[in-house]
Write a protein that binds this ligand. Structure first.
Ligand code: GLN
Length: 456
């Protein structure tokens, strides 16, 4: 814990931690020492972690990297962080992210962007650690913490993991409680670990998840010992390769990496099967209707009264002006864009044309996966991202859709509620990390982690 705290102190240029909690960390570390001395064998005991700013942490500022939550200090602890603390883990501080987890580069944060510790060849250009869990990725990759929590609504654990050469798993929807996690799109949001290795991910996921009566979508299923399932034996497993993920214009090296991944799994005894997920091309548009729709509803609570920031008002201003000024000042551009898109697609005249249609598409996407699993496929292998990390500022001033395209391989998994993991599998021609994604059957994170273990 002390080594991490010192590393964090000199890591300002990464802008990964936005709020440090050294007193809490040292106190928790001391308690963990006592537990370990008394023979506590729990895997996460004493491990120093970074916590994404989207998690409410009791008595510690939790702003979801938004100006509108300025000064908000929750009175309660999120279930996931409480579970980690109960297992003896240590919180070093809160991690940078895109505002309300909306983004793929950590550039929408009120704290400014986090920076990746990686560089292209000998260039100095600062690169994005990905997003929205960019601070988590940067901190783990730069050894500021042993692991971090992330959240994933459309790829926010898996894409930053791929960009920084670490492991990130989004569990099945319902595995981790969403209680105390600031909501973005409630039917898609899931928490998960971001770690250096698959084994770490298995240990940390086990500590994070479990049934929680405070989240009605949390599932009441036993939590397996995921680590014990890492045998490396994947003989006879059927790995599906979806033809629709061969996207036009994808760099050759991503195709090559994907081919290498197939060979590795084959060498480990798996059977490689070509499959089709025919509705893949509609996933991104469906996601960018459903996620903003749910966000616009979730973000209605930021009214200048109940949480955080309130704009200063002029004489004669009423409640409407207070809402308008507070929300105009408190929300950044991307969040405002999503609220507007979401409100539009939910409005009386357009609800059927956009929102209901997107929900139907979502059901078809889920059915594609169900069919593949019903045909005996155990896991699906795809690239995690269509490119390596891009430079900060390279994608921001343009059409926002260009940034959205980064999520092309990850959003399908959230729409279908499935577990997905990103595993670092190679470097591109400039020496930047690339990752492959494995998608698993619902509730079979243990098998998924074991397949990822064979790929690592
Ligand atoms: N990049 C996607 C978005 O902007 C996903 C974000 C996330 O998973 N939180 O919506």
């Amino acid at each position: 814990t002390q080594a991490c705290l010192s590393a964090i102190e000199t890591s300002g240029s990464l802008n990964a931690f936005v709020h440090n909690t050294p007193e809490i960390a040292l106190e928790q570390a001391k308690a963990a020492d006592a537990r370990l001395a008394a023979g506590d064998a729990s895997a996460m005991c004493g491990l120093p972690l970074g916590i994404k700013d989207l998690f409410c942490t009791k008595g510690v500022p939790s702003q979801a990297a938004s100006g509108i939550l300025e000064g908000f200090t929750p009175e309660y602890e999120s279930t996931v962080t409480q579970n980690l603390f109960d297992a003896g883990s240590v919180m070093l501080g809160k991690l940078n992210m895109d505002e309300f987890a909306m983004g793929s580069s950590n550039e929408t944060s009120v704290y400014g962007n986090a920076v990746s510790p990686w560089r292209r060849g000998n260039e100095d250009t600062p690169l994005t650690p990905g997003g929205s869990s960019g601070g988590s990725a940067s901190a783990v990759a730069a050894d500021l913490c042993l692991a971090a929590t992330g959240t994933d609504t459309g790829g926010s654990i898996r894409q930053p993991a791929a960009f920084t050469g670490i492991v990130g798993i989004k569990p099945t929807y319902g595995r981790c409680s969403r209680w105390g996690v600031v909501a973005f799109a409630s039917s898609l949001d899931q928490a998960g670990p971001m770690t250096k290795t698959v084994r770490d991910a298995a240990m940390m996921l086990e500590a994070m998840c479990g049934h929680d009566p405070k989240d009605s979508t949390s599932v009441d299923l036993p939590v397996p010992n995921f680590e014990a399932m890492l045998t490396g034996d994947i003989k006879g497993k059927k790995i599906g390769i979806p033809k629709e993920y061969h996207m036009d214009g994808m760099p050759d090296e991503i195709e090559a990496l994907w081919a290498e991944g197939r060979e590795m799994l084959k060498a480990a005894g798996a059977e490689i099967v070509d499959i089709s997920l025919p509705h893949t091309k509609y996933a991104l548009p469906a996601y960018y209707v459903i996620a903003p729709a749910e966000a616009s509803s979730n973000l209605a609570r930021y009214d200048g009264v109940r949480f955080g920031h309130r704009a200063s008002l002029a004489a004669g201003d009423g409640i409407t002006e207070m809402y308008e000024k507070t929300r105009a000042e408190g929300f950044g551009h991307e969040v405002q864009r999503r609220v507007m898109v979401g409100t539009y697609v939910l409005s009386a005249g357009f609800y059927d044309a956009y929102y209901n249609r997107a929900r139907r598409v979502r059901a078809l996407i889920k059915k594609d996966f169900d069919d593949a699993f019903a045909a005996g496929i155990d896991a699906i292998l795809t690239p995690a991202t269509p490119s390596a990390a891009f430079g900060l500022g390279e994608m921001t001033d343009e059409d926002p859709v260009k940034m959205y395209l980064n999520d092309v391989f990850t959003v399908t998994v959230n729409l279908a509620g499935l577990p997905g993991i990103s595993v670092p599998t190679g470097l591109d021609h400039q020496g930047l990390p690339l990752g492959l994604q494995l998608i698993g059957r619902p509730w079979e994170e243990g098998d998924l982690l074991n397949t990822a273990y064979a790929l690592e």
